[in-house]
Design a protein around this ligand. Structure first.
Ligand SMILES: Nc1ncnc2c1ncn2[C@@H]1O[C@H](COP(=O)(O)OP(=O)(O)OP(=O)(O)O)[C@@H](O)[C@H]1O
Ligand SMILES: [Mg+2]
Length: 507
């Protein structure tokens, strides 16, 4: 199926999110869309999927003009979309989720047997392995995403839109997804692929269109170097390496001793973890997602109860401290899930930039809020972090994914910190913003803060860290200096010990 967008324009008030965009997706090609945060990629895909009505322009399917008044129309025309935040029902099985809302079953009854058969067929045809009878809530993110893809394919999608599908995947899941994309393409399905990771674009794309500030700025070849793609996206040269000087660590700021965290189901998520971080030092926690990093950081900042062990920050025992106490102590936290834990989507950008701080000076005198100060602060932060929003009064929910992330970072990095805990700091950020955020994290360190970074991106860990702890099944199973051999870290991440390191045992 050939898909063509001609002169698509979409505005939100004064903001032109898509400005006369032309795009042709040929049958059976993987077409990557590259562009800065807020460039208009998701907006364009929402227009294509019938979620937004364009102000101008037309969509052609196999050279015939079509118009979509909702996703139902788009699906009937053969277009499927996997959103970045999945729309699955956690307590339903895979087969139930796939069949749900599918036109083919009648009278509202779900023909379970037919559904399971259909899911099996599609999953076999494209190598999309899923356990048909498992509950969605029990599946890893990568498998849930496959369920979304199967859902689109069962509805005969011949063009599949994937909006940042790899942002939340582990490297292994990403490789698997790229394999799946290749096999879909061989079967004749076209794919529109949005990602900020240039390596992925270069690995799978047949064609690349670059968008900047709502306009197509050109096509790039998949053989272009990452540096070329980056500068085309951002409009200036970008350093893809992390620049940092030698660390000058001072006193210990954080001491974590024999920390143990148990989740609501009784499972031990953090198991006897001991480490410390000094002022002016970046300690990175590497590991495959789901090995206790999230729980560890949440326990450190007072968001999760500590079962046993001790945490000391700046000389104070904070084992039982809550989030407010931690903020008061000068602890900053960037959570991994910005939408749920980092922002209040219905609040404005300005309000989100002072969450947790609005009741203290300079934003309040204890009785009333200083709205001018709050607005001025917001304008300064928006400028400094290049948050793309028409005004600071727009709600956070209207911001593009990457710009939401920048708001969280801008808030947490804009007060004096003794300890900064950041999880997946650059998830969803474009290469230009990534460069900026890395510099800011290094600047925090050089200002004397202790920094704990959690990242599933090994390059980010290697680039930022002064010391690296590898987490596996709730434990820190090895610590290494900056400049350690990446393959050795990779082995530890997989729970495999070196021969002489007998204390590490894979259960
Ligand atoms: N519902 C909305 N109301 C107002 N403005 C919006 C709305 N949706 C998007 N925008 C604005 O349109 C612009 C483009 O956003 P879009 O989400 O398309 O960017 P993107 O290229 O997908 O960026 P990212 O890489 O960060 O996901 C942004 O400036 C955003 O603030
Ligand atoms: Mg987007």
């Amino acid at each position: 199926m050939k898909l063509e967008l001609r002169g698509i324009t979409k505005t939100f008030g004064d903001l032109v999110a898509n400005d006369a965009i032309d795009l042709v997706v040929e049958p059976g090609e993987i077409h990557a869309l590259l562009g800065e945060n807020g460039a208009g990629k998701s907006t364009l895909m929402n227009v294509l999927y019938g979620l937004y009505q364009p102000d101008d322009g037309e969509i052609l399917v196999d050279d015939k003009p079509v118009s979509f008044s909702g996703p139902g129309d788009a699906m009937r025309a053969g277009i499927g979309m996997v959103h970045q935040h999945f729309m699955l029902i956690p307590v339903f099985t895979v087969a139930e989720n796939v069949e749900l809302g599918h036109e083919r079953h009648r009278f509202g009854f779900l023909n379970r047997r037919a559904a399971r058969k259909e899911v099996r067929e599609v999953s076999q045809r494209y190598g999309l392995q899923v356990p048909v009878d498992a509950l969605v809530q029990d599946l890893p993110v990568g498998v849930q995403q496959r369920v979304e893809i199967i859902k689109a394919l069962i509805r005969d999608a011949r063009v599949l839109i994937l909006d940042e599908p790899t942002a939340v995947l582990t490297p292994q899941e990403t490789d698997d997804l790229m394999e799946i994309m290749r096999s879909l393409k061989e079967g004749g399905t076209s794919i529109v692929f949005i990602t900020h990771k240039l390596r992925e674009v270069r690995a799978v794309a047949d064609r690349i269109t670059v968008i900047r500030r709502g306009k197509v700025v050109g096509e790039a070849s998949p053989t272009a170097s990452s540096a070329e793609l980056a500068s085309m996206m951002v409009g200036r040269p970008v350093s893809l390496e992390i620049d940092k000087g030698v660390a000058r660590p001072g006193d210990e700021v954080v001491q974590v001793e024999n920390l143990r965290v148990v989740d609501q189901t009784g499972q031990v998520t953090v198991d006897d973890v001991t480490f410390s971080v000094r002022a002016g030092e970046i300690y990175a926690l590497a590991g495959v997602q789901g090995n206790g990093q999230t729980e560890l950081t949440e326990a450190l900042v007072g968001l999760e109860p500590i079962e046993s062990g001790r945490v000391v920050v700046a000389g104070q025992d904070v084992t039982k401290a809550g989030v407010d106490d931690m903020i008061g102590l000068g602890v900053g936290f960037v959570p991994e899930d910005r939408v749920h834990d980092g922002l209040v989507s219905s609040f404005s950008v300005a309000e989100n930039l002072v969450l947790d701080l609005y009741h203290s000076p300079p934003f309040s005198n204890g009785l009333s809020l200083d709205l001018d100060r709050i607005a001025q602060n917001a304008r300064d932060r928006v400028e400094e972090f290049d948050v793309r929003t028409p005004t600071v009064d727009h709600t956070a929910s209207t911001l593009s994914g990457g710009n939401q992330q920048k708001v969280v970072l801008a808030r947490e990095l804009s007060r004096p910190l003794k300890l900064l805990v950041v999880a997946q700091p650059t998830r969803g950020l474009d290469v230009g913003s990534m460069e900026f955020v890395h510099r800011r994290i290094v600047a925090e360190r050089d200002n004397g803060a202790a920094v704990i970074v959690v990242s599933t991106e090994l390059d980010e860990v290697l680039g930022l860290a002064d010391r690296i702890g590898v987490m596996y099944r709730g434990k820190i199973i090895g610590e290494m200096p900056a400049g350690a051999d990446p393959s050795e870290i990779g082995l530890l991440m997989a729970g495999t010990a070196r021969d002489h390191d007998k204390e590490v045992s894979a259960p």
